[in-house]
Design a protein around this ligand. Structure first.
Ligand code: GLN
Length: 317
């Protein structure tokens, strides 16, 4: 998509206005409670950060506050697993939207343990298992953190251990998914070892600024900016974006594509990473979720930002 970069002044105005509009919203969704530690998060927070082609970061609201990235981590583990296994990864996970909730188990039995896509929980657990390979969980976690710190150019990114512990002690459904896939050899490690990595990757804490920075390689065809260092191939970046557009919001993916028109990946911490190819990497965060587990205000803010800036992967430039 060949879009020209907007002047930063227009973008700064849009970002500032949208943050003010979100602060006034009363319909803020509901904070996730099934991971007890996430239930403690103040729902009256909102952050937005946009990295442009020039490398400028334009932000508003609570854009510097670290939050639990949860399923947004699945984009980064997919990137790493594709790097490690190449296209062999697709033997273990599909590329179709599921149309089911993020933690659903129902398709797994009908489809011989192979999850529909890498962004539902089952698919992300299979990807994490592939990434773990025959290695140690501590090494896999270190590799994920190393990748994020490098792509965000920020060494402070870390795991919120309280969130990881909280999910490990209550993640019975994820244990069920992993055990079922272990039976089909889609998961090949001891499920507890794979989930040890999965719970920690989900518990990585990042601010909107850090997340938008980390997502740059998806916005610039595998590079951190126009002409900058290559992180992954252009083809792989495009394919990850395609999966974000079709599967990044679970059974809300069609609605997000309809309203926002950009590849995006959400997490139950209330974060969303969205990509305007060639133009911007965007992170938004507000902890209250809609009925399908995507950030209520995050989705609304992205819808307004995309509309005001004329951003859409379906635009003619
Ligand atoms: N860690 C969460 C889980 O496995 C991630 C889900 C999400 O963000 N949608 O349930």
């Amino acid at each position: 998509m060949a879009q020209t970069a907007p002047p930063d002044a227009a973008l700064t105005a849009a970002v500032t206005e949208i943050a003010a509009e979100m602060a006034a919203e009363t319909e803020r969704g509901t904070v996730a409670t099934y991971i007890p530690q996430l239930a403690c998060v103040d729902p009256n927070q909102f952050g937005l950060a946009v990295v442009t082609a020039s490398g400028a970061v334009i932000s508003a609201g609570d854009a510097e506050v670290a939050f639990s990235i949860q399923s947004v981590s699945k984009v980064f583990t997919l990137t790493l697993a594709l790097g490690a296994l190449g296209d062999d990864l697709w033997q273990r996970v599909g590329r179709e939207p599921s149309g089911d909730p993020f933690n659903s188990i129902i398709q797994l039995e009908a489809e011989r343990g192979r999850p529909r896509n890498p962004f539902i929980n089952a698919g992300a657990i299979a990807v994490t298992d592939a990434l773990l390979g025959k290695g140690e969980p501590v090494e896999a976690v270190a590799g994920i953190l190393h990748f994020l710190r490098g792509s965000a150019a920020d060494e402070r990114i870390a795991i919120d251990e309280a969130v990881a512990r909280s999910e490990r002690s209550t993640g019975f459904r994820n244990f069920a998914l992993a055990n079922f896939m272990r039976d089909w050899r889609i998961v090949q490690n001891d499920p507890a070892r794979t989930l040890d990595v999965y719970f920690q990757q989900c518990a990585i804490a990042m601010s909107c600024r850090q997340l938008a920075m980390a997502g740059r390689y998806l916005a610039w065809d595998g590079r951190t900016g126009p002409g900058a260092a290559r992180v992954i191939s252009a083809e792989r970046a495009r394919r990850i974006n395609a999966l974000m557009l079709t599967c990044g919001h679970y059974d809300g993916s069609g609605e997000f594509a309809f309203r926002v028109g950009l590849p995006g990946k959400s997490g139950v911490g209330g974060g969303i990473l969205a990509v305007v190819p060639g133009v911007a990497s965007i992170a938004v965060w507000s902890p209250g979720l809609n009925a399908v587990g995507n950030s209520q205000l995050g989705s609304l803010a992205l819808e307004r930002l995309a509309a005001r800036m004329g951003w859409s992967v379906f635009a003619d430039g």
